[in-house]
Design a protein around this ligand. Sequence first.
Ligand SMILES: [Zn+2]
Length: 270
Amino acid sequence: MAGGRVRPAGNLLLRRPARHIPLFLMSAARRCLFCRRGDGGFVSSEHIFPETIANADLAMLPPGVVCDRCNNGPLAALDQTLCAYLPIAMRRAVLGMTNKAGKRTTLRFAQGRVEPMPKEEVAPGDSHGVRIVDSGPRPTLVRDLSDGDEVWLRLEGQGGRRLTPRFFSELSRSILKIGFELAFLDHDHTLLEHRFDGVRDVILGVRDHSGEVALALPGDLNDVRLRGSYMLDESSGLGGVAISILGVQLVTHAAGQELVPTPGFFIGRF
Ligand SMILES: [Zn+2]
């Protein structure tokens, strides 16, 4: 039978190959990809995905693309928003990822915490070395069902920032930021054209933004990849952006589009 195949949500996102960064960036008349100004300082590299999630060598824009003022100001705040989204914070903690200082941290949420195990308790071959501790009677790790040889465990946590329209708006901007920077890898200085000014202003938070963000929890707990895809739109510049961080999926769009409801995704409006 031809056609009719249901596309699983995980395939919404395309894996991207690594790209070379063009050398025009060394030009004297450089301007920031976001504020289009040349006076914000250009000594820092910009991480496309937050530094605490991505490896240092993965998907970076070299010094000269994003000014230090944007990088350390509004863009750093957007990275924090993304890391404060509980499913991502939980994935980082369970995978035993370290913070910028190289330390494993404890993630606290409403009914428990995920914390690093003392060295002497880490079993040989256990690369994660974390444990989940309940603080109340309600278990965090729930045995869901047994299916033949497989036992399904569900991790339940409440906490992090409340899912308010304001938080959805910030999440959307942080996703657009990643999509815009991925687009830069492919289209370099054409992204400095004025037709992208609207999305630039939305990302920087200097222009009001209303829309939607679609969120899905990981379907595969072994998924530790960072993925992203974007669409360019003739009129509005940047169209939709879909990213997957450690299996947590987030989709949003610039103004004037609509997300198609997809099973497994929760849609937040702002
Ligand atoms: Zn700037």
